[in-house]
Design a protein around this ligand. Structure first.
Ligand code: AMP
Length: 452
């Protein structure tokens, strides 16, 4: 769970990267970093905090130059430590290069072991560092060729941005797990970002997606050169980006995420046509789908759960005195609209099941008469190994229990999920081009769950 952004050919490149990261904050809240270049040196600032706190006006005086890349991180490999914060910088035969990575490299441990056996020293525990080691070892001089040969050795998810004093290089793995898009700035420069919502904030126009397996070299003078790596892999774009992860105002894999969420709500109405008194979303993730469900069923949608938007990670919790405190801090039910009602609650997914359990109890305590919980995705059966943070299989509720047992645990009167087929049909996505390992347990690359 990370977000990356790059800007080429703008006098305020680092400031625009900062704004881009600000729009991508939902993709990672543990750390933020920017590396810029003035065509000679690389400048970096990396902090273990939110984007808004990581940079000041002085940061942009220090982050000189007209090209920059940035990163927001949520650790899925390696701990949340400063040594793992990105972009990472390395100096080798190829000069200075910085890299920002979104995704998870699934053969990282094997590759690292081989290199350590050969005497390599690693400075971090993040999978991204392996990329820099592989680059250094490739016996070709051109960085693009080094990247191409390195990509052939990596399995899993990697949307990458490289920055050198001469160029920025945008890369997407051959499966295309994570999104990465190219945009054009008003002054003619280029922007690359994990999601198009970053372009909206910096006044960039969406041009196209970086293609799966593509290596796009954007020289600091503005020339583009695209190549594709020669590796056979069937596309496996992450369907969960549309279900949960991406922002609804983004355009991901050629489709509006907002539209997808609305359609998932329509499909939910087809598969679970309950006629409640009111439909309420779990904010924010369930809001748009709940609108779709309510519209399709012709029943009112109400904001029956109010979210506190100022919940940080660092509040002090009471030790035992207030039960269910965690979820109440974030969400609070509106008794006056729920009391005595037959309620449908819409959320995007059940992972461990702890949130749903608490929400159903909270709504029940208001005096709601009947509670159906509808989920806009299929049961979450298997951990994601490609960069979405999920617990181990044993902790995933759907991997341990069937739907009726889950309903009992969650204490809802009805529990309904979308079917895998219904999800693809309504999204109009060709299933063979997507990864749904979380819902099917079928991984598009060879994966040993025990070694992760
Ligand atoms: P749980 O309590 O573990 O079942 O969490 C389910 C809730 O977490 C849902 O409301 C989702 O919107 C949200 N969610 C889904 N996937 C993730 C994830 N990878 N990280 C954090 N939250 C998630």
């Amino acid at each position: 769970m990370c977000g990356i952004v790059g800007v080429v050919g703008h006098p305020e490149a680092s400031n625009l990267s900062y704004l881009g990261l600000y729009a991508l904050q939902h993709r990672g809240q543990e750390s933020a970093g920017i590396v810029s270049t003035d065509g000679d040196r690389l400048f970096k600032i990396r902090k273990k905090t939110l984007v808004v706190d990581a940079f000041t006006n002085d940061s942009f005086k220090f982050l000189k130059g007209s090209s920059a890349i940035g990163h927001v991180r949520y650790s899925t490999t390696g701990q949340n430590a400063l040594k793992n914060v990105q972009p990472m910088i390395a100096t080798g035969g190829f000069g200075n290069v910085a890299v920002a990575h979104n995704g998870n490299i699934t053969n990282f441990r094997d590759l690292k072991q081989i290199m350590e056996d050969q005497g390599a020293l690693f400075q971090s525990t993040a999978d991204t560092e392996i990329i820099l080691h592989l680059l250094a070892r490739e016996p070709v001089s051109d960085l693009k060729d080094k990247i191409s040969q390195t990509m052939a050795k990596l399995d899993g998810a990697f949307s990458l941005l490289f920055l050198t004093p001469n160029e920025m290089i945008a890369v997407r793995d051959p499966w295309g797990f994570r999104p990465l898009s190219l945009g054009r700035l008003e002054n003619g420069g280029f922007a690359v970002a994990s999601e198009t919502c970053a372009f909206d904030l910096i006044g960039a126009r969406f041009e196209r997606d970086i293609e799966p397996g593509e290596i796009l070299v954007i020289a600091h003078n503005g020339t583009l050169k695209s190549t594709r790596i020669n590796r056979k892999a069937s596309e496996a774009k992450c369907v969960f980006e549309h279900v949960y992860f991406s922002r609804p105002d983004s355009f991901v894999f050629g489709k509006s995420v907002y539209q997808s969420r609305k359609e998932l709500g329509f499909q939910l109405a087809k598969e679970h046509p309950i006629k409640p008194d009111i439909v309420i979303p779990v904010p924010d993730s369930g809001v748009i789908s709940a609108m779709g469900y309510a519209e399709a069923m012709n029943v009112p949608m109400q904001m029956g759960l109010i979210r506190n938007h100022y919940v940080g990670r660092t509040f002090i919790e009471p030790k035992q005195s207030i039960r269910g405190f965690g979820v109440k801090v974030k969400l609070n039910p509106v008794k006056s609209i729920l009391e005595g009602k037959k309620v449908v609650i819409v959320d995007d997914s059940i992972v461990r099941g702890t949130t749903s359990q608490k929400i159903v109890k909270m709504v029940r305590d208001t005096g709601a008469k009947e509670i159906a919980l509808l989920i806009t995705s299929p049961p979450f059966l298997s951990p994601c190994v490609y960069g979405i943070d999920t617990p181990s299989k044993e902790e995933l509720l759907a991997s341990q229990f069937n739907v009726e047992q889950m309903r009992e645990k969650i204490k809802a009167d009805y529990l309904g999920f979308l079917s895998v087929e219904g999800m693809y049909k309504t999204l109009n996505f060709e299933r063979s081009l997507f990864c749904d390992a979380c819902f099917s347990g079928t991984y598009p690359t060879s994966v040993d769950l025990n070694s992760l």
